[in-house]
Write a protein that binds this ligand. Sequence first.
Ligand code: PLP
Length: 215
Amino acid sequence: MAHRPSSTVGLLAVSKLHGPERVRALYAAGQRAFGENYVQEGVQKRAALADLPDVVWHLIGPLQSNKTRAAAEHFDWVQSIDRLSIAERLSRQRPDHLPSLNVCVQVNVSGEASKAGVAPHEAVALVEQVRALPRLALRGLMTLPAPNVEPEALRAQFDQVAALFSEVRRVHPDWTDWDTLSMGMSDDLELAVPAGSTLVRVGTALFGARPKRIA
Ligand SMILES: *Cc1c(COP(=O)(O)O)cnc(C)c1O
């Protein structure tokens, strides 16, 4: 059982579908890391908040290849890497004047065909390949469990990703920036944190219910 001090768990405020003024208010309260699901929405929000100097923007939604350039240019992190081709594009398209793009490999532990993420047995191989790309800084793993599963199943899914995270750390003790296990949202963070999460992604519990997406 991991009983880590809560100070080691970071908070990513998931601001998708909320306007820039909501981000600004949370920023004023001290929050710096914000998560967006949709590239274009994130790009627009960042531009609207360009006067805030030290916001860190994370892309946490699925990324299509026609959006990688905008993601590489306008985000600080991409947590949703689930295949090598997307990672290669991001590395190639990351502008020279920016630091390496922080990335996580997204693991699909629930096995739903519809959902993004690499299967657990393929995760380590993808991690090795992504790590070798020059303009990416591979920081760890992200997972998004299946909705509406019982707490026991949820705990098992978090434990499985935590075990993968630890395995990579054991095999590569020299990867000093392998430090991020992104798991846990509003409804399940109290299970994700004891399982070893270092970063919870919280939307609803911070901002309230989201407005509907206008497609
Ligand atoms: C929307 C979203 C969240 C936040 O979910 P809440 O239940 O509102 O806390 C976290 N992670 C991902 C990948 C999301 O898409």
